[in-house]
Ligand binder design. Structure first.
Ligand code: OOG
Ligand code: MG
Length: 255
């Protein structure tokens, strides 16, 4: 029998030290997505034991562009901790990271608990604010290659998040143009409509998926809706900025 705790220690150690590893499914071909989520939960427990604090969740593979880029076509989710926060306008260090990529995101900040099967209107009712955001993903697997169970076990490649200024929950986010630039050059252009047709659907899915894991979204939680475009590799010295129509911009520098 596979020891899920052992697998959790492997992905956690890879993330903690920034060391690439083989896909877990190479050694454990029978690892299914449910076991992958169990590994994720155990690996996050290790982070919490080290003093990190849970700050919300991130949804992943909620757009065609993302699914195509990584070759996995299933919506996934992961857990965010305070250690992943990057200050808006601040610096992201490459040290301790393997092959980080940036992607444009929309973030929800919640004011009410949310879990289970909820309507888009109920989901919106739990939102305190929305914000332009970027996520830094850094798969712990060599060459950024993984199966569904692998990426789920690896906490959906979570590595960093940066949030821009908060906007009212009533802001229309259905179809907002977004541009991500590196050193001023556009590297990705997309629309929030690429996120499951409407980013709010991603929050609806988050409520359902966390409930399946016996958890809830809580007041104060951040929920990332998932990238609308492909992610772009990062190099030292670059400035990364995303502007979202009507939401403003968010930026960081890489060192
Ligand atoms: C998995 C994480 C996907 C998103 O926004 O779609 C994700 C990956 O691409 O490595 O964060
Ligand atoms: Mg993402």
């Amino acid at each position: 029998m596979t020891d899920l705790n052992e697998l959790a220690a492997i992905v956690d150690e890879a993330a903690r030290t920034g060391t690439a590893i083989a896909q877990l499914t190479d050694a454990v071909p029978g690892l299914d997505p449910a076991a992958g989520y169990a590994v994720q939960q155990l690996s996050i427990a290790r982070r919490l034991e080290r003093g990190e604090r849970r700050i919300g969740v991130k949804m992943g593979l909620t757009s065609r562009a993302k699914m195509r880029q990584v070759g996995v076509s299933e919506v996934i989710w992961g857990r965010l901790t305070d250690a992943m926060r990057i200050e808006e306008g601040g610096e992201l260090s490459l040290s301790g990271r393997i092959h980080p990529r940036a992607e444009p995101e929309i973030a929800f900040l919640l004011k009410k608990p949310l879990a289970g099967r909820v309507s888009p209107a109920e989901a919106l009712g739990a939102v305190e604010a929305v914000a332009p955001a970027m996520e830094v993903i850094d798969s712990r697997y060599r060459n950024f290659k993984f199966s569904l169970a692998d990426v789920v076990a690896d906490n959906a490649s979570s590595s960093g998040i940066v949030l821009g200024a908060l906007r009212p929950a009533a802001t229309d986010i259905a179809n907002l143009g977004m541009v991500m630039r590196i050193d001023g050059q556009p590297v990705q252009i997309g629309s929030s409509a690429a996120i499951l047709g409407h980013p709010l659907r991603s929050l609806v899915a988050a409520a359902r998926l966390v409930a399946e894991a016996g958890e809830t979204l809580s007041p104060g939680d951040i929920v990332l809706a998932g990238a609308a475009t492909e992610a772009v590799p990062l190099q030292a010295g670059r400035h990364v900025r995303t502007e979202i129509q009507g939401l403003g911009s968010v930026a960081f520098s890489v060192r």
